[in-house]
Design a protein around this ligand. Structure first.
Ligand SMILES: Nc1ncnc2c1ncn2[C@@H]1O[C@H](COP(=O)(O)OP(=O)(O)O)[C@@H](O)[C@H]1O
Ligand SMILES: [Mg+2]
Length: 248
């Protein structure tokens, strides 16, 4: 098992936002966390990567490749982030630094974990794998020269350049034009064929239909339903799932 989350509870101050969550993620699996805004999806991803704010109190267990993550020092999390677990955010412009060319940002992500190898080669290779058509041009561009869809491909290249076992994604296509959404989603499917696991957060069952192997439906910090993508679409058991499905 790549990731094992057991009895996870999270409070922001007095507010109990994740309430006793259990789930597993296997190698090469694409798992979607679905739920409406405020159900705790982002908080789960941040719990895994150690990105919670000071006010947060986290309890339970998150094991990654057999190792407990809760309680790791910031130094240990830095070794993990990007190298073994990476994240793609909803809004690529927020993540990319406007002052640096794409190539520099990709090479920096690589150099954070590797001394050997040729960073430029790795950067171009990561861009090509992320479906960037003119990798050399994009390598030499600043973020503001690129469309939203291209910027998100760059973020995916950054997230995969160190070949992590697990990629987290927080509504990665919500900010993009509908026309580019499914092409971006396909990249998450491609990760699976490279043996990576993906934990993808969305409020959109259309996204689930395109990428998921398995689905977890979250409501107010609890799992209300879990199953294969076929089970969830063909015979949803919980009325909340039926309601979410009706939205597509
Ligand atoms: N830093 C924070 N401080 C206090 N409450 C927060 C913080 N971040 C999120 N919350 C609250 O936690 C709940 C879950 O939020 P979040 O994980 O962002 O849900 P989702 O990603 O499903 O929209 C919401 O009620 C939200 O208002
Ligand atoms: Mg969110």
């Amino acid at each position: 098992m790549l990731l094992e989350v057991k009895d996870l509870n999270l409070w922001y101050g007095e507010k109990h936002v994740i309430r006793g969550i259990n789930f597993n993620l296997e190698k090469g699996e694409v798992l979607c966390l679905v739920g409406e805004s405020g159900s705790g999806k982002t908080s789960i991803l941040y719990s895994i990567l150690g990105l919670l704010p000071e006010v947060a109190k986290l309890q339970g267990s998150i094991k990654f490749m057999g190792k407990e993550l809760i309680g790791l020092s910031e130094r240990e999390y830095r070794k993990l982030r990007g190298r073994h677990i990476s994240i793609v955010f909803q809004e690529p412009s927020v993540y990319l630094d406007p002052l640096f060319k794409i190539g520099v940002q990709l090479e920096e992500a690589y150099r954070a974990h590797f001394r050997e190898g040729n960073p430029k080669e790795k950067a171009l290779e990561a861009l090509k794998k992320a479906g960037v058509p003119d990798a050399q041009r994009v390598y030499n561009s600043y973020p503001h020269h690129l469309s939203g869809g291209l910027k998100q491909r760059v973020c995916i290249a950054i997230a995969t350049i160190c070949n992590p076992e697990l990629v987290l994604a927080d509504e990665p296509t919500t900010a993009l034009d509908v026309s580019v959404q499914s092409r971006i989603l396909k990249l998450f499917r491609d990760m699976k064929s490279e043996g990576r696991s993906v934990l993808l957060v969305t409020h959109d069952f259309g996204v689930v239909a395109e990428v998921a192997d398995r689905v977890i439906v979250l409501r107010e910090g609890q799992i209300v339903e879990e199953g294969s993508v076929y089970e969830i679409f063909d015979s949803p058991k919980h009325p909340y799932t039926v309601e979410l499905l009706r939205a597509i």
